[in-house]
Design a protein around this ligand. Structure first.
Ligand SMILES: C[S@@+](CC[C@H](N)C(=O)[O-])C[C@H]1O[C@@H](n2cnc3c(N)ncnc32)[C@H](O)[C@@H]1O
Length: 266
């Protein structure tokens, strides 16, 4: 299947065309291109980087070595966000996606909630270029992009929902030098000795950027649920809960800003 995908990429054709032309001879220059891709795949490079795309939440996204390859696990985070954003929307809703990478989570939310305004930020210029390109390809006009070290460039902007799939792997975890992870940006994966450095920072500053009754939702490792719940409680969030991914692993923890509007403006 992967060999077919690579051949489709080289020839710029779809699966049906390839099957219909199974007996055609391959031009020599195309064959060299195909062999080069096969060699890279055999060396372990992820297929998504070789064909420069990955499907996420039903959307076809461009990916590059500057972006994480979106994972099915992150669809749990999109589900949690969509659950908290009413449809149809009665009042304007603002959503912040911290560490957007290819834009996967921000674009899935924007696509499913066209009346929501989504701001997607990343510290990587190269990743933001890919995310912006994906928004244009999908003709989604309700997503804006900003370069920011987490909340640093957002002044005091507040949001109804903040989502993030931040780096959450411990910096010494041996998985970082195995499989697909070897080819993905370390800055998208590793977060300090216990993997919680970024989650800690995002959670500690969450209340400053949440509207009253707003939700913070974070993806994390299968064994980090208790730690993230504790961090959210320390930050003053309430109604804290952890959701499981399709594999039954703890994957997303969410908590709410307890302030109600009248308290906020008092
Ligand atoms: C695990 S990836 C998630 C990418 C995307 N949201 C997804 O789910 O496919 C984490 C992202 O956070 C970004 N990032 C890392 N440190 C950051 C920081 N200090 N401020 C903003 N973004 C950061 C990385 O560039 C990367 O795109």
């Amino acid at each position: 299947m992967e060999a077919r995908l690579l051949l489709q990429q080289v020839l710029g054709v779809n699966r049906a065309w390839l099957i219909a032309h199974a007996n055609d001879a391959l031009q020599t220059n195309r064959d060299a291109e195909f062999q080069a891709l096969l060699t890279r795949r055999l060396a372990g490079e992820p297929i998504a980087y070789l064909i420069q795309q990955r499907e996420f939440y039903g959307l076809n996204l461009r990916v590059s070595p500057a972006t994480l390859i979106p994972r099915p696990d992150s669809e749990t985070l999109v589900d949690a966000a969509l659950e908290k954003i009413p449809h149809p929307i009665a009042k304007p809703i603002t959503v912040l996606d911290l560490g957007t990478g290819s834009g996967a989570i921000a674009l899935a939310i924007a696509h499913n909630r066209p009346q929501a305004s989504v701001l997607a930020v990343d510290a990587s210029d190269a990743a933001l270029t890919v995310a912006q390109d994906n928004a244009s390809q999908l003709t989604l006009s309700n997503v804006q992009f900003a370069l920011s070290d987490w909340y640093a460039n957002l002044a005091e902007q507040r949001f109804d929902v903040i989502v993030s799939n931040p780096p959450y792997i411990a910096q010494n975890d041996p998985h970082l030098s195995q499989g697909d992870l070897r080819f993905e940006p370390l800055s998208a994966l590793a977060a300090g000795l216990d993997g919680l450095d970024d989650i800690r920072q995002i959670t500690e500053q969450g209340l400053i950027h949440l509207k009253p009754q707003g939700w913070l939702m974070l993806e994390h490792g299968y064994d980090q649920g208790a730690a993230v719940r504790e961090l959210m409680a320390q930050a003053g969030l309430v109604e804290i809960a952890t959701r499981q991914d399709l594999g039954g692993n703890d994957r997303v923890t969410l908590g709410k800003n307890p302030l109600i509007v009248s308290q906020h403006w008092a």
